[in-house]
Design a protein around this ligand. Structure first.
Ligand SMILES: [Zn+2]
Ligand SMILES: [Zn+2]
Length: 373
């Protein structure tokens, strides 16, 4: 695609956001362009999402590139001329940018196929925001021989022309927990005939905040947030049950296991202290994203050689299921500066399409160098 065609493709995808596992139109549009340019599409059996391949034959030199395609349930307020046409849905995380960029990367690789002594597999992943698209893509079994994976994410806090490449942990494991404290209902005026789970809930909320502050190494970033509490429904009844739900964010598996165990201990201990019983649910999200140091050094050197600024971006405690691919091989999650004024997931989030073509060229060059390395 020319740069103009690329930007038109991006605007079209932006205008037609689709939520996780509903990316049928986006998938069809990607396939249309890949087919028109003779890029091989692997038969993955995925209902939404695409795995394309460029290069030669079966080989042990396989590099993976990954982008995501899904949008968010947000009402867009960007006022862009190509703003979302789907009420209540918006590409507020730049996955339209990622899809367009990696599509162009695939075409650039196809045009240079004779230089590729191995294979590049380009993954257009569904359902990143609901955090199980990567697992579904991996379950196709088509990525088993990939030896390095590279992921893309737009980054509004860097200008166009800057890439964020940082070794080590860059995104957190986003786990979810639910604690139910079970007491005994009673008249609001007769607490001695019941067991009040709301008082226990108050103690529980306070106690959970001691896990990070008092039991973890201060140099090891982690957090526990209780984001949802619920108990009772009127003023003169002590309810049976009180609920606290929230999220834990960690950057390594030791802290993750420690916080889970601590939450269980506190839930049971606080419940017992108040005469209640506790039920504990733990819903494990994707692991932390941990970039390989030597591959980061290579990618940063290439970025500088190609005229980009290369920054070590700040970590975020957000989650990203790109980490699922890194359970099987090393890789790097690379942030592309897209120069906006609003954070991702904000209804006014925008990306500058001028970042598309340079980023596509970077990922094509990176893939060729790494496959031939
Ligand atoms: Zn997002
Ligand atoms: Zn995202």
């Amino acid at each position: 695609m020319t740069e103009r065609e690329l930007i038109a493709f991006f605007e079209d995808i932006h205008a037609h956001p689709e939520l996780g596992f509903e990316e049928r139109r986006t998938t069809a549009k990607v396939l249309e362009v890949l087919n028109a340019h003779g890029v091989t599409v692997l038969s993955s059996g995925l209902e939404t999402g695409v795995i394309a391949q460029v290069g030669k034959g079966e080989t042990d030199r396989v590099i993976g590139l990954r982008c995501d395609m899904d949008a968010l349930p947000i009402q867009e307020e960007s006022n862009l001329p190509y703003a979302s046409l789907h009420a209540g849905k918006m590409h507020a995380c730049g996955h339209d940018f990622h899809t367009s960029c990696m599509l162009q990367t695939a075409l650039l690789l196809k045009a240079r196929e004779s230089e590729i002594h191995g294979l590049v597999k380009i993954v257009f992943q569904p359902a990143e925001e609901i955090a199980n698209g990567a697992k579904r893509v991996l379950a196709t079994g088509l990525l088993q021989n990939v030896r390095e994976f590279y992921g893309i994410h737009s980054y509004p806090w860097f200008p166009v022309g800057t890439l964020g490449i940082k070794e080590g942990p860059v995104m957190a494991a986003p786990d979810r927990f639910v604690i139910r404290l079970l007491g005994k209902g009673a008249h609001g005026a007769e607490p001695h005939h019941g067991i009040d789970p709301i008082v226990a809930l108050g103690a529980l909320i306070q106690s959970t905040q001691t896990i990070v502050s008092r039991t973890l190494d201060p140099f090891s970033p982690a957090l526990v947030s209780i984001t949802h509490v619920e108990a009772g429904n009127t003023w003169n009844v002590i309810p049976e049950c009180a609920i606290a739900e929230g999220t834990v964010r960690t950057l390594n598996s030791e802290d993750r296991a420690h916080i889970e165990a601590s939450l269980r201990r506190i839930a049971n201990g606080v419940a017992e202290a108040h005469g209640c019983t506790a039920e504990f649910e733990w819903h494990e999200g994707s692991p932390a994203v941990i970039n390989d140091p030597s591959l980061c050094a290579e990618a940063r050197a290439l970025a500088l050689e190609m005229g980009f600024q290369a920054e070590r971006q700040e970590n975020t405690m957000g989650g990203e299921d790109f980490s699922e691919y890194l359970q099987y091989c090393p890789g790097v999650f690379i942030r592309v500066g897209t120069g906006g004024a609003y954070a991702s997931h904000h209804p006014k989030f925008t990306v500058d399409p001028a970042a598309l073509q340079p980023a596509a060229k970077f990922f094509a060059e990176l893939a060729i160098r790494r496959v031939n390395a």
